[in-house]
Design a protein around this ligand. Structure first.
Ligand code: GRG
Length: 309
């Protein structure tokens, strides 16, 4: 079997910061804080977070903060959104520097996005999605401020997005998709509400995601993609059914998506690498206890040793 090219992946991640004018950098401009979270968490899983200067990272993250409302943008001068606020809080948690935040203000921003039916909008423009329920609940839990929202309503809304196949969609009636399942199961796990889940039925749906090549897809009839190693595996771990998939075959698939020369992991074998798939590949291997990697928490998507939740 191939081996994990840890040193090359570290080099690849550190090199991204320097390349500010290529196409990838341009496409990532509006979600730079998400990219920072993916890259930094990967470095931490690989025991190399010390390769970056924490003060530099924290000072940049805080430049994305909107003091007027308490939310974070995806980059300096960009509008605030729950997706970016969670990444900001996760990065600060990674460096054990939540103290630089006005947690009260950030949690008021997050709580202000909860709707009457318990769902969450991503920002002031109102789009609703179970991704935003997860972002809000994970963020507030890290800040120890879950009491700012109506947790019961939030849970009931997520449960209303459950389908007959055991999976979850982005809104009630929405098609089951592994990414949304991670969000719903993660939010239910954090709030101690996994009793709403039919573990065998959902476990069966998630295990069906393993394709002939060993990789996982996000829904029926789709191709395997390294990112689902995270979305599917983390969900299976949270419902205690991870032993239902073939871990060796999945490990082989992920390792086969590495750029063995220049580092980085792609979505499929021989495709172009990016920081998103590098994170989900390494995080997926960590969930499968690949030797030498830090363990990552399946609900919070942070290395288990970084915070005190
Ligand atoms: C902290 C890990 C973490 C996440 C934050 C943003 C978020 C919360 C979760 C996103 C969950 C999600 C919906 C993931 C799916 C992403 C993805 C690859 C979507 C692609 O969808 P399609 O339809 O792909 O293009 P398929 O594979 O179905 O063809």
């Amino acid at each position: 079997m191939d081996e994990l090219e840890s040193d090359k992946h570290v080099k690849y991640i550190l090199s991204i910061e320097k390349k500010k004018d290529d196409v990838e950098a341009l496409l990532m401009e509006h979600l730079r804080i998400n990219g920072a979270y993916w890259g930094l968490t990967t470095l931490d899983i690989l025991h190399k977070i010390s390769a970056v200067d924490p003060e530099e990272v924290i000072s940049w993250v805080m430049k994305c903060y909107h003091e007027d409302c308490g939310g974070f943008g995806g980059n300096i001068g960009h509008d605030p959104h729950l997706l970016y606020t969670l990444s900001a809080v996760q990065i600060l948690a990674l460096f054990d520097r939540i103290d630089v935040l006005d947690a009260e203000k950030v949690s008021i921003y997050v709580a202000g996005l909860q709707n009457e039916d318990g769902s969450f909008s991503g920002d002031m423009w109102g789009e609703i999605d179970t991704r935003f329920s997860y972002c809000a609940i994970c963020c507030l839990s890290i800040l120890h401020c879950l009491n700012k929202i109506n947790v019961e309503k939030a849970v009931n809304y997520i449960v209303s997005c459950k389908n007959l196949d055991g999976g979850f969609g982005c809104t009630p009636g929405g098609e089951s998709h592994a990414g949304q399942i991670f969000c719903c199961i993660g939010a239910l796990a954090i709030t101690g509400s996994l009793h709403h889940v039919d573990r065998d039925l959902l476990g069966w749906w998630l295990c069906e995601r393993q394709c002939k090549n060993g990789g996982l897809n996000g829904r029926p009839e789709k191709d395997a993609d390294v990112c689902y190693s995270w979305w599917v595996l983390s969900s299976l771990i949270m419902i205690d059914r991870v032993h239902w998939i073939d871990k060796d075959k999945l490990t082989r698939f992920i390792l086969n998506c590495q750029d063995k020369e220049n580092g980085g992991i792609s979505d499929k074998p021989n495709y172009a690498v990016d920081v998103f798939h590098t994170y989900f590949g390494v995080a997926g291997l960590s969930l499968m206890e690949y030797p030498g990697l830090k363990s990552i928490d399946p609900a919070y998507a942070l290395p288990v040793d970084v915070a005190d939740w």
